[in-house]
Design a protein around this ligand. Structure first.
Ligand code: NDP
Ligand code: 8X3
Length: 246
């Protein structure tokens, strides 16, 4: 039985992935700040799920949670770096610096730090890392600014890790989804109405769609590495360059 640590398991992709991985026979450590949601998942999923409540930016709390894992959950084979967020859609010149710092602290610094912490174990176990990047890391859009840059970091870190991990057997994948209906837009805008409007009539991807992809990647034979994978709903694509005329 393999063990996955899935960050951000209280909502969206992470919550769906926790269910999918347990159903597929994995042990799952699910993390997040909302203890009541992790407790509910633990009640639903039983002994194969271990809730670990901490803010991913708080290294001391994270280490306390990892150092006190029950014996059965200590052999982590897969790190799913999913916890993350976007805050705001204002143009850079009007954006909140606090929002920028929160996104960098969460999506870049905390992701790098937990990866650094778990790499020796993952090398020992010939494990795997799946990082949640985004189409925003490749294709710029207005208001994406620092969120998009954090996701470009995640994509490039994934590829760079592969180079360093060459010969260790550790697999690394950058998963780059487009529009998926989760709590992402509620968190980004603070408005349920904005979230509902954005997804209305689009048939966006769901947490379950992404969970299925994560599980597929994780269960591939050990000689196969998906470097990057980009997914979009059929109803999302690209627009032409914006041209400003004087
Ligand atoms: P949700 O908002 O639904 O879930 C985000 C998860 O991240 C929650 O479990 C939340 O837990 C956790 N999280 C956020 N900040 C922290 C923190 N400081 N400490 C601990 N946990 C934290 O979003 P999604 O499921 O949509 O997003 C998951 C990942 O996928 C993110 O990295 C996002 O950028 C990325 N992504 C999302 C897309 C989309 O369209 N939905 C598309 C492409 C990528 P809690 O609040 O309980 O701490
Ligand atoms: C989330 C997808 O397009 O809203 O990363 O930035 S997008």
């Amino acid at each position: 039985m393999k063990t996955a640590l899935i960050t951000g398991a209280t909502a969206g992709f992470g919550e769906s992935a926790a269910r999918a991985f347990v159903k597929a026979g994995w042990r799952v450590i699910g993390t997040g700040r909302r203890a009541e949601r992790l407790d509910a998942l633990a009640a639903e999923l039983g002994d194969a799920f271990h809730p670990a409540v901490f803010d991913i930016r708080d290294e001391a709390a994270r280490d306390a949670a990892l150092d006190s894992l029950p014996e059965a959950f200590r052999g982590i084979d897969l790190l799913v770096n999913n916890a993350g967020l976007a805050l705001g859609l204002e143009p850079a010149q009007k954006a909140s610096l606090d929002n920028w710092k929160t996104m960098i602290d969460t999506n870049v610094t905390a992701l790098s730090s937990i990866t650094h912490r778990l790499l020796p174990l993952l090398v020992e176990r010939r494990g795997a890392i799946i990082n949640l990047s985004s189409v925003a890391g490749t294709y710029p859009y207005p208001g994406g600014n620092v969120y998009a840059a954090t996701k470009a970091f995640v994509r490039q870190l994934s590829l760079a890790l592969r180079a360093d991990l060459h010969g260790t057997g550790v697999r690394v994948t950058s998963v780059e989804p487009g529009m998926a209906e989760t709590e992402f837009t509620l968190v980004r805008t603070g408005s349920q109405q904005s979230s509902d409007t954005l997804y209305s009539g689009v048939q966006p991807m769901t947490g379950d769609d992404i969970a299925e992809t994560l599980l597929w990647i994780a269960n591939l034979p050990p000689h196969l590495n998906i470097n990057r994978i980009e997914l979009m709903p059929v109803n999302q694509s690209w627009q032409a360059f914006a041209i400003h005329r004087e």
